[in-house]
Design a protein. Structure first.
Length: 205
C-alpha cells in the first residue's frame, strides 16, 4: 500500500539529525527480491555502527536518497547525465543531516530537474549501496541510497541544473541505461509500482 504526498504534507517535514526516522523509513521500504533484502540488512547494520550516517563526516559512507520520477503518462522514468560521474543516473543526493529521506528525495528531485508540483509515494521502493570514487581530498566512500517513486505533473518541462548535462525519459530497455543494470532494475521497479497507483487519489496534504 502506497500513499502519495506533496510538499505541504506533514510527512515531508524535515527531521534534523534524526537517524531513527531514516532507519524507520529503510525498515518500511517495499523491496522485492532476496538481494534487495540483503542490501537493506547491510544498510541497517551500517547505521547501527555509524551514528553519524546522515552526515558526510561519516567518511566510510553516508545515507543518500534518490528519486525515480515517472512521467504523467506513467510510461517512462527520468534520468539525468551526471556532470561529475559522467553517467546516466536518477536524481538524488546526500541526506546532510535530514533523517526524513522522503524529503531529501523530493528536494533533490525538485532542485535537479526543475519539475514543479512533484508528488512522492511512500514507502520507498528500492535500495542500493554503491561506491563513489575518490575526488580531490575526498576519499572513496559508499552511498547508501534509499529510492522513492515520484510522479511528474502533466505538461511540465524539465530544467536541469549544473549538476547534470542532459536528461532523458527512458524505460529499462533503453540503450542509454544498457550499461547500468542497477538503474535498469530500479526503473523497472518504479514502472511496476506506478501501475498499482492507477486511479489513486490526490496526494495527501
Amino acid at each position: 500500500m502506497f500513499d502519495l504526498f506533496n510538499s505541504t504534507s506533514p510527512q515531508l517535514q524535515p527531521c534534523p539529525d534524526n537517524l531513527a526516522e531514516a532507519v524507520a523509513q529503510i525498515e518500511r521500504a517495499e523491496l522485492v527480491g532476496e538481494q534487495q533484502q540483503t542490501l537493506r540488512t547491510n544498510v541497517l547494520q551500517f547505521c547501527q555502527r555509524n551514528h553519524n550516517a546522515l552526515h558526510r563526516t561519516c567518511l566510510d559512507g553516508h545515507l543518500t536518497a534518490s528519486s525515480l520520477i515517472v512521467n504523467a503518462q506513467r510510461s517512462e522514468v527520468l534520468v539525468i547525465r551526471h556532470t561529475k560521474l559522467r553517467r546516466w543516473l536518477q536524481p538524488g543526493g546526500h541526506a546532510d543531516g535530514n533523517g526524513n529521506l522522503q524529503r531529501v528525495a523530493w528536494d533533490e528531485a525538485t532542485e535537479e530537474t526543475g519539475l514543479p508540483d512533484l508528488s512522492i509515494a511512500a514507502p520507498a521502493i528500492d535500495i542500493d549501496i554503491h561506491a563513489i570514487p575518490a575526488r580531490g581530498i575526498e576519499p572513496e566512500h559508499l552511498h547508501l541510497d534509499l529510492r522513492f517513486l515520484l510522479l511528474a505533473p502533466s505538461a511540465a518541462s524539465v530544467e536541469i541544473n549544473h549538476e547534470s548535462t542532459d536528461f532523458a525519459w527512458v524505460t529499462p530497455d533503453d540503450a542509454l541505461v544498457a550499461d547500468e543494470p542497477d538503474l535498469q532494475r530500479a526503473i523497472g521497479r518504479a514502472l511496476d509500482v506506478v501501475a498499482t497507483l492507477q486511479g489513486s487519489g490526490d496526494p495527501k496534504s
